[in-house]
Write a protein that binds this ligand. Structure first.
Ligand code: FUB
Length: 348
């Protein structure tokens, strides 16, 4: 009986933390008010890497779908062993109900894929929706594939082979004036490479199924005009490319990897170079951080994930959203988070 009461009390405390997203360290009511409102979008399942887009006036989110595969952590990311994609949609980001449209693509239907359906993105062109996704092929090499649908809810039909010449992870497709640019990179940023290096950008062909040119390096410069080096791990690109445009400027944002920041750099055209500007979000609970930025109904939003609801398990992540605001000079206001200490006991 005593054990039941203790269990109920602990469950109630956990619920309060999850619902109100209370920080790990105490803070005054005033400090809490200054923080932007955050919302867990889909508490009933683990999803991550949200790519948000507005199609037909509605907001769609294409996330990775985390699950307990039984593979535990290692330095190669094998625990991130995702097997399908869902799409979620909503029409009121701050309070609206989130609809899960179910599975839109399953690993068993993709002939070239061996494992690990990682962070996807979707683009629209001439009545067709294209889902771009990274996965390991039968030789264990990350490639980028495409699947096609005639509505944003899918289902998406995969091409039988990955995009010829594609490599690495985390595609993000940005459209401007009828041209589509794919940003990507992270593990395998060069063909055959197992470490992370700079991001890449490449224009897609008119049929959206091929690379129209050789991928170029995305160069991030410091304020002195010199490239940010890969050893500068608090500012360098690691993974999770995203591109958006605001007031005529191109904002390239990304994760710094082992320093767990979302940072951004701005430029004058989609190819860059981009000049480092600062941090969008400080570390969240969980190793990875991955996001998208989109304008909807006159407000800008940052979609991202953290591992707080799973108790800090890196590969069981939950989707979140918060408003993103700019300073008058176009710089992004930092969404400050404190990194929770995750003890070995609450990691499984
Ligand atoms: O979800 C698997 C991988 O973790 C993504 O591709 C990375 O960006 C990181 O979020």
């Amino acid at each position: 009986m005593k054990r039941n009461i203790l269990f109920l009390m602990l469950s109630a405390i956990t619920l309060v933390f999850v619902i109100f997203d209370i920080g790990c360290t105490s803070q005054s009511g005033e400090q809490r008010q200054q923080r932007p409102q955050k919302r867990y979008l889909f508490p009933s399942d683990y999803m991550a890497d949200p790519a948000a887009h507005v199609f037909n006036g509605r907001l769609y989110i294409y996330p990775s779908h985390d699950w307990r595969s039984g593979i535990t952590d290692n330095s190669k990311g094998d625990a991130f062993d995702m097997r399908d994609y869902h799409v979620l949609s909503l029409d009121d980001v701050e309070n609206g109900a989130v609809t899960d449209h179910g599975v839109i693509l399953d690993i068993k239907d993709i002939p070239w894929v061996k494992r690990q359906l990682w962070a996807p993105d979707v683009a629209y062109k001439d009545g067709v929706y294209y889902l771009y996704f990274p996965a390991r092929d039968k030789n264990n090499v990350f490639r980028i594939g495409v699947a096609i649908a005639n509505c944003p809810e899918g289902p998406f039909v995969p091409q039988p082979e990955p995009i010829p010449g594609s490599y690495s992870i985390d595609p993000c497709v940005f459209e401007e004036d009828g041209e589509y640019y794919m940003y990507f990179g992270g593990i395998g940023s060069s063909p055959g490479d197992s470490s992370s290096s700079s991001a890449r950008v490449v224009k897609l062909s008119q049929d959206m199924l091929h690379l129209a040119e050789e991928p170029r390096e995305v160069i991030i410069l410091n304020q002195n005009g010199r490239p940010v080096s890969q050893s500068d791990n608090s500012r360098r690109f690691f993974e999770a490319s995203w591109m958006h445009k605001y007031n005529g400027k191109y904002y390239f944002s990304y994760s710094t990897g082992d320093t767990h920041r979302l940072c951004y750099a701005t430029g004058d055209n989609p190819y860059g170079p981009f000049t480092y500007q600062g941090i969008i979000m400080t570390p969240v609970v969980g190793w990875t951080t991955h996001h998208s930025i989109v304008e909807y109904n006159g407000k800008w939003y940052l979609f991202h994930h953290d591992s707080r609801p799973s108790g800090g398990i890196d590969w069981l992540r939950s989707l979140k959203v918060t408003e993103l605001t700019y300073n008058p000079d176009g710089t992004i206001k930092n969404n400050k988070r404190r990194r929770c200490v995750v003890t070995p006991e609450n990691k499984s």
